[in-house]
Design a protein around this ligand. Structure first.
Ligand code: NAP
Length: 257
């Protein structure tokens, strides 16, 4: 088991990609702290892990709120006594151009997607330094590198996460490794919502699948396996990097002619 007895905080761990990460982490022997706002989905995910023989607790926390982040870190320490791994995964999509985005929408997206990475890292890093070891994995997006029209706040947040990752890797190495995973399309409630808002959800999904080199959309577990690798000792010489887990999406420059 790659993560035996490691204590891992996974923000946004209740659903979607976060659910895939906590599920794989628990299979790999980690004690998992599932962090999200909605207690119903969060408790259900933690219970699912315990039912399968793993160890998990749910902690309700809005990761854009400094006081709640501090309390979440303290609850983790009170329960498990240490923190080995932090996965900054919680995020929301705001798909608008600069002209269409209000400053409230901008602040909300940047707070949940980017400031949260700063806040959770700020309050976890001292506890990793105290045990002389730690791994942080930040979940960014393909939008950190290349984007589409009208996703300005989201693309800015994700570009910021990738840059922040490189900076934290320099500041906190060699004790703490910090890496980014940038997923492409992964079938989660967030993406299902995008499909459901289209005229023909099934057709929209088929269209997206055909644009991937792997001819499918990713699963939450695809991201979970990559995150478990980067969080484990198998990745002990990997820091400050960005791993694209995107089925080949960013390999394409444009449609073939
Ligand atoms: P999702 O299905 O909407 O799940 C989002 C998770 O984040 C939920 O657990 C949600 O729980 C939590 N969350 C949202 N706001 C939060 C807050 N303020 N405080 C604490 N938790 C919060 O999204 P997803 O598709 O799994 O995406 C997860 C991450 O992957 C995001 O950072 C997203 O940008 C990134 N990503 C996704 C894709 C994709 O194709 N799905 C692709 C690239 C990158 P609560 O609502 O209960 O708080």
């Amino acid at each position: 088991m790659k993560l035996k007895d490691r204590v891992a905080i996974v923000t946004g761990g209740s659903k979607g990609i976060g659910w895939g990460i906590v599920t794989v982490f628990a299979q790999e022997g980690a004690k998992v702290v599932v962090v999200a706002r909605d207690p119903k989905a969060g408790e259900q995910t933690a219970e699912e892990i315990r039912y399968k023989g793993g160890e998990a607790i749910f902690v309700a926390c809005d990761v854009s709120n400094e006081e709640q982040v501090k309390a979440m870190v303290q609850k983790t320490l009170d329960t498990y006594g240490k923190i080995d791994i932090l996965v900054n995964n919680a995020g929301v999509g705001t798909y608008k151009s600069v002209l269409d985005t209000t400053s409230e929408e901008w602040d909300r997206c940047l707070s949940i997607d980017l400031k949260s990475v700063f806040l959770c890292s700020k309050y976890v890093i001292p506890h990793m330094q105290a045990i002389g070891k730690g791994a942080i994995v930040n979940i960014s997006s393909v939008h950190s590198r290349a984007t589409v029209n009208s996703v300005a706040p989201y693309a800015a947040s994700k570009g910021g996460i990738s840059a922040l990752t490189r900076n934290m890797a320099l500041d906190y190495g060699p004790v703490i490794r910090v890496n980014t995973i940038s997923p492409g399309w992964v079938l989660t409630p967030l993406i299902q919502g995008i499909f459901d808002n289209s005229d023909n959800p099934a057709e929209k999904q088929r269209f997206i699948e055909q644009r991937q080199a792997m001819k499918r959309i990713g699963t939450p577990e695809d991201i979970g396996y990559a995150t478990a690798f980067l969080a484990s000792d198998e990745a002990s010489f990997i820091t400050g990097t960005e791993l694209f887990v995107d089925g080949g999406l960013t390999a394409r420059v444009e449609e073939s002619w």
